[in-house]
Write a protein that binds this ligand. Structure first.
Ligand code: NAI
Length: 327
């Protein structure tokens, strides 16, 4: 029998995980490979998490080899092969972005240290909890024994939103859209790049042929889609965030299709002028559990400006958490 892959998930009693855990357990992550779920929550949420585990039991998923829950990251992350860090503190009224960075910073210093101590040697860590890029940076910095290329932050939801909105504009099936790229931060400054995107193999920017729509409608609507969902649903994106999280980890572990790439926020090696060490979104291909940043794309002046702006924001966030002593 195969040893189950240990998949750690944080924020397990929250709304994203109410979709995510069932997707993982039903095979969206690793097909029929047996999985052991290790679920982390804060102490007051553990009774609610027990209810979620009851429902996982009631699904009778054959690939689900076991579930452990707890509030101690050193126990829950023990031996973890894949870690999805979804749990974070939501922004409350009166909190500004730096309050949020500080509050979440403490969560990710602790979880980084715990992963460093107890995770499996092959661990791969994906941060969904916001501010995702900077939370991932904090976790990485607090886990000096884990190689930098094992950390990533989620920009797959932005990537999927960008594909879907483009397909709608052109009246094509979303499956026709390939080579989409989200550059930079998972925030309003992100840059969805249509200059390298293909639709049915043709250049997306040329097919759209509408500069005003691209700059004034598409780019802001992709970036602000999360807010639009909150307005319509009365709650933030959950099922689509879960879908993106499971797809991102699947592709990282299993591989991206030939002739396509995905957007992942990973540690910059200086590619495309992004300062080394920042966790910024790039076009990447994945194979055998490793990603590579796609090289050699030509960036026009418009793209360079957009990328510089979103990367500046990441640099500022890095400076803030450094001042707070979190990295
Ligand atoms: P939620 O508030 O429903 O659930 C979060 C859960 O995390 C709660 O159950 C909470 O108790 C738990 N939690 C808090 N601190 C924790 C800790 N130290 N350890 C373990 N668990 C902890 O929130 P939801 O909707 O599930 O969203 C989770 C995060 O994902 C939020 O930060 C949200 O902003 C972010 N998000 C990111 C997206 C992306 O594209 N990167 C998209 C959508 C949401």
């Amino acid at each position: 029998s195969t040893t189950p892959v240990k998949v750690a998930v944080t924020g397990a009693a929250g709304q994203i995980c109410y979709s995510l855990l069932f997707r993982i357990a039903s095979g969206s992550l690793l097909g029929d490979t047996p999985i052991e779920l290790r679920l982390l929550e804060i102490t007051p949420a553990l009774p609610r998490l027990e209810g979620v585990v009851m429902e996982l039991d009631d699904c009778a998923f054959p690939n689900l080899a076991g579930v452990e829950i707890g509030d101690d990251p050193e126990k829950v992350f023990d031996g973890a092969n894949l870690a999805m860090l979804v749990g974070a503190m939501p922004r409350k009224e009166g909190m500004d972005r730096s309050d949020l960075l500080g509050a979440n910073g403490k969560i990710f210093t602790g979880q980084g240290k715990a992963l460093n101590k107890v995770a499996a040697d092959d661990v791969r860590i994906l941060v969904t909890g916001n501010p995702a890029n900077t939370n991932a940076l904090i976790a990485k910095d607090n886990a000096p024994d884990i190689p930098d290329d094992r950390f990533s932050a989620l920009t797959r939801l932005d990537h999927n939103r960008a594909k879907s909105m483009l397909a709608k504009k052109l009246g094509v099936n979303v499956g026709e859209v390939t080579n989409m790229t989200i550059w930079g931060n998972h925030s309003n400054t992100q840059f969805p790049d249509l200059f390298h995107t293909k639709v049915g193999g043709k250049n997306a920017y040329e097919l759209v042929n509408d500069e005003a729509w691209y700059e004034n409608t598409y780019i802001p609507e992709v970036a602000k889609r999360g807010g639009a969902v909150i307005k319509a649903r009365g709650a933030s994106s959950a099922a689509s965030a879960a879908n993106a999280t499971v797809e991102a980890m699947h592709d990282w572990a299993v591989g991206t299709p030939a002739n396509d790439w995905v957007s992942m926020s990973v540690v910059s090696d200086g590619s495309y002028g992004v300062p080394e060490g920042l966790i910024s979104s790039f076009p990447v291909t994945c194979k055998d559990g490793k990603y590579e940043i796609v090289q050699g794309l030509d960036l026009n002046d418009f793209s360079k400006k957009k990328i510089a702006a979103t990367v500046d924001e990441l640099t500022k966030e890095q400076g803030e958490v450094r001042e707070m002593g979190l990295i």
